[in-house]
Design a protein. Structure first.
Length: 498
């Protein structure tokens, strides 16, 4: 482990206070303000509105008022605006990345991936929407049948703190492309890059199409999902809050999209180049500080190579550079906050009590000048598949290692969790790779390259990992409803039915 300290020179230029963004303007928050702090230094970066029913109501009203005109805007014009949003994100990315690195505590270099993905989302949906409205039209007896897609209306969208701009793009791009207006509630711990982005894109959007209400989950978030005038709920975050959002949707018969976490298996076959596999596995469990639902946190390693693989995995973990988030050479930085840090450390205690063996790591590390942060060593734990450490989402830089000796056993262990968001497989035998990929219960399976996101591919979870898909064309359907129109040339002659 290496500790370094060097900071970036881009100016973050934040406002002192961010109330809700309503009708194109940041306005005064109705229920007071809370601090947003730099995750690793504790320095107050800005204040955000606490959020509550009044702020939410104003935002929903703005979105409602803007809806008819936005829905009626020709798709070519909406497409062009989405491309302009992508350009704005691209032009402003260095500053937004720095803000996001400071508030999340994540290493600045990671945001190159986040922002490339986010920019791509807007460009993808700018293109995809041009084909979205090609419905069916065919002659029927004495007339024509037409099917068409219509937007849903006002969308309520809630996102977490781990990958703010990726989440913002996943929510905004398909909703806007399909002709909806929206109110986004970013997470209280990391929302400043999102609010700044929200401000910047107002230049190319009509007033009230994109509104944002920052604030506390139980207040701003709850008020948003409970608002009587929203037409769709979309949420990414914990399973517990996902259930609350799902119930709110059920009570009011609203369409809902939920993305709720994971515990991805990463299966290693004995035919791999072990050094390359260790590198890919390390990326897979340490990227995003381990604070992501797609991480490959359960390493299932074939018996024949287990000892050598694990030894090399430990050696590789020792070399992962822990340092200040805004230092370009840092590879692992600070978790979001104390609560998350203690939660992760507590899981290591649980692991020990269960009889799992911490083979490397397990400790908090101090980085000079960043004492507020929870920097956690890359942690490798030998565990039985049934143990809590191998079943529950940790959301920290930790992986369990477990042996397997035949493919059916690997698949059984891989599927024996309540989640099913992602999975990884490493092998030179593509037949084995695809056979396992077909049997793994996961929405995304990456063979030989973890996090291999491809533009337009559906993303979402099996089992408790959620409901619905984002990121691809299915997302446009999730933000649309279909209408069937049957037009007869004339009324049926008298006496046809009676
Ligand atoms: P959370 O689910 O509480 O927060 C996610 C978002 O939901 C935030 O914007 C929050 O303000 C909002 N929220 C909270 N309570 C709400 C409510 N009652 N109504 C409406 N919105 C509400 O997540 P957390 O507490 O920040 O993290 C806890 C754990 O959740 C993590 O350790 C991790 O395991 C998991 N998690 C998963 C993801 C993911 O990408 N799937 C993201 C973040 C956290
Ligand atoms: Mn919470």
């Amino acid at each position: 482990m290496t500790v370094s300290s060097k900071t970036s020179s881009v100016d973050v230029n934040l406002d002192l206070k961010y109330g809700p963004l309503i009708n194109g303007q940041i306005v005064e928050a109705a229920d007071g303000y809370i601090d947003v702090v730099n995750a690793s230094t504790g320095e107050v970066l800005a204040q955000i509105g606490k959020g509550g029913t009044e702020d939410v109501d104003k935002a929903v009203k703005a979105a409602r008022a803007a809806f008819p005109a936005w829905a009626a805007t020709p798709i070519e014009a909406r497409s062009s605006i989405l491309n302009k949003i992508a350009d704005i994100l691209e032009e402003n990315q260095e500053r937004l990345k720095l803000i996001e690195s400071m508030e999340t505590g994540r290493a600045i270099h990671e945001f190159d991936l986040d922002y490339a993905l986010a920019i791509n989302q807007f460009r993808y949906f700018a293109g995809a929407v041009l084909t979205h409205y090609v419905g069916e039209s065919r002659p029927v007896d004495n007339g024509y049948l037409i099917t068409k897609k219509e937007p849903l209306g006002v969308c309520a969208q809630i996102i977490p703190w781990n990958v703010p701009m990726i989440m913002t793009s996943f929510k905004l791009a398909p909703a806007l492309a399909a002709g909806n207006t929206l109110v986004l509630k970013p997470a209280e711990d990391a929302c400043l890059s999102v609010l700044e982005f929200g401000k910047l894109i107002q230049e190319v959007l009509p007033e009230g199409v994109v509104n944002m209400v920052p604030g506390i989950g139980k207040e701003a978030g709850q008020a948003l999902i409970d608002h009587p005038d929203v037409d769709k709920l979309a949420f990414t975050g914990s399973v517990d809050v996902g259930r609350i959002v799902g119930r709110a949707a059920g009570d009011r018969i609203l369409p809902v999209t939920l993305e709720l976490g994971g515990k991805a298996p990463h299966i290693v076959f004995p035919d791999v180049d072990i050094d390359a596999a260790v590198e890919n596995a390390t990326l897979g469990y340490t990227f995003f500080n381990g604070e992501s639902c797609i991480l490959g946190t359960r390493l299932l390693v074939h018996d024949d190579i287990y000892d050598e693989f694990v030894e090399k995995l430990i050696e590789r973990a020792k070399k992962v550079k822990i340092g200040p988030p805004t230092d370009r050479s840092t590879r692992l930085a600070s978790l979001i906050n104390k609560k998350q840090g203690e939660r992760v450390l507590n899981y290591f205690e649980i692991a020990k009590q269960e009889g799992a063996k911490i083979l490397y790591g397990g400790n908090r590390v101090t980085v000079p000048g960043h004492e507020h942060g929870y920097f956690i060593e890359p942690t490798i734990i030998e565990a039985e598949p049934h143990m809590r450490i191998a079943q529950e989402e940790i959301f920290g830089p930790a992986a369990t290692v477990t042996r397997w000796s035949d493919i059916d056993e690997a698949v059984r262990i891989a599927n024996d969790v309540k989640y099913g968001l992602a999975a990884g497989i490493m092998t030179n035998d593509i037949e084995n790779g695809l056979t396992v990929a077909n049997k793994v219960q996961a929405g995304s399976v990456w063979i030989n390259s973890y996090f291999n996101f491809q533009t337009g591919a559906p993303f979402g979870g099996y089992k408790n990992s959620g409901v619905g898909r984002e990121h691809g064309k299915e997302a446009l359907d999730a933000y649309s409803q279909s209408k069937t129109i049957v037009a007869a040339f004339k009324l049926p002659p008298l006496g046809t039915f009676l």
